[in-house]
Write a new protein. Structure first.
Length: 379
């Protein structure tokens, strides 16, 4: 088995369509191909090292045949479309089981390869007839476009399954985090409460302990609700959230990591959202901006009203994020810069929260150097 064969076999296995009922989206595409070309039959074929699997068909029943008997094998091996008015007159197919009635009696034949993102050819989108007829010049570009959509559907379903599996793992991780973080946090809260009882009201120690108590209480809420959110629950409970007050809380908790006056902010609005979840978003974005900037370098929280909501952004003066890496930055467990501490889950959690609020999230360049990480919240 060649390297290309192994890549093809792995890709087909990940698509998980062999032997399964036809996917509705694939069935729609194969029917569209037949009607577009004006032929009575069409198929989406995936070709392994030994067999051809018809994973969706129109006008006839799907089957599995030996690769050596499959006409579409030639298309996959060449990587080029083949369109013939009468396949029985072509040297590549004359006398084959598919043109002499042993498997089929194909005459008109139009087949385009399916190319995976890895570059290998997986199979074909094929349209055919038992009667010969001329090949329309528009047939090849139309089939090529539909073949690309077939691969898009396969890729989308594969990615969806991977995300579902990742969410299951995240749920298991959340349960472990709940045990590992909540228990020591409870001990810290109890110790702080006991110390506060002994501290004189109005003293510097009392003020420090009061701040520690507030931070511990907020952290307890964050852990509880975000762990539930990570496990697939905790839809946002919407209420009025004052982002200016929320940012003040965040900066209080980050006081040890930020220089005085390092983080400046535009006037921030009151929005509709879940206060605990939105606090997590703001804290992640501000903490990241500080972490990836030089010590004391300015960080700005910006806000802009839009027709349907608010655009909120955190701009830093750090190294920025290359355009080709910006989508990956939102993937769970991805760390673009391993020289800085972090788990690689912060931005992924932020995007899930913003999406749950019906908003969007993205990354742009900061005109003065650095990155602008932004999110939009609907009214």
């Amino acid at each position: 088995m060649t390297t290309q064969d192994r890549i093809r076999e792995q890709a087909i296995e990940e698509y998980d369509v062999l032997g399964a009922p036809p996917r509705r989206e694939l069935q729609a595409l194969v029917e569209l191909a037949a009607k577009l070309v004006g032929a009575p039959m069409a198929a989406i074929n995936l070709i392994t090292t030994s067999q051809q699997w018809q994973v969706a068909t129109y006008g006839f029943a799907a089957s599995v045949t030996d690769r050596t008997d499959a006409m579409c094998r030639i298309v996959v091996e060449s990587g080029e479309p083949i369109l013939l008015p009468d396949a029985s007159r072509d040297d590549r197919f004359r006398g084959t089981p598919s043109t002499i009635g042993e498997i089929a009696d194909v005459r008109f034949y139009a087949s385009c390869p399916l190319q995976a993102p890895a570059g290998v050819f997986l199979g074909t989108l094929c349209v055919f007839d038992v009667e010969p007829h001329p090949v329309d010049p528009e047939t090849e570009p139309a089939l090529t476009t539909l073949a690309a959509r077939v691969v898009d559907v396969l890729e989308l379903e594969r990615t969806s399954r991977q995300l579902a599996a990742a969410h299951e793992r995240l749920g298991a991780f959340a349960g472990q985090v709940s045990h590992d973080l909540k228990n020591p946090l409870s001990a810290i809260r109890m110790s702080v409460e006991l110390a506060r009882e002994e501290a004189a009201d109005g003293s510097d120690l009392a003020r420090l302990l009061d701040r520690a108590q507030r931070g511990a209480q907020r952290m307890n809420s964050v852990i509880g609700e975000l762990l539930e959110f990570a496990s697939g629950g905790a839809a946002p409970e919407l209420e009025a959230v004052d982002l200016a007050a929320l940012l003040a809380e965040v900066l209080e908790d980050l006081a040890g990591a930020t220089a005085p006056g390092q983080v400046a902010a535009d006037p921030l609005p009151v929005v509709q959202g879940d206060p605990v979840q939105l606090r997590t978003v703001v804290q992640n974005l501000v903490a990241n901006a500080v972490k990836f900037s030089e010590p004391g370098a300015p960080v700005r929280v910006e806000a802009e009203e839009q027709p349907n909501g608010w655009w909120i952004a955190v701009a830093d003066s750090g190294p920025g994020i290359a355009e080709q890496d910006r989508q990956r930055a939102f993937e769970a467990m991805v760390r673009l810069d391993r020289s800085r501490p972090g788990s690689g889950i912060g931005l992924a959690t932020c995007r899930r929260i913003i999406h749950a609020h019906g908003g969007r999230m993205g990354i742009d360049d900061n005109p003065g150097g650095g990155a602008v990480v932004w999110f939009e919240l609907p009214s």
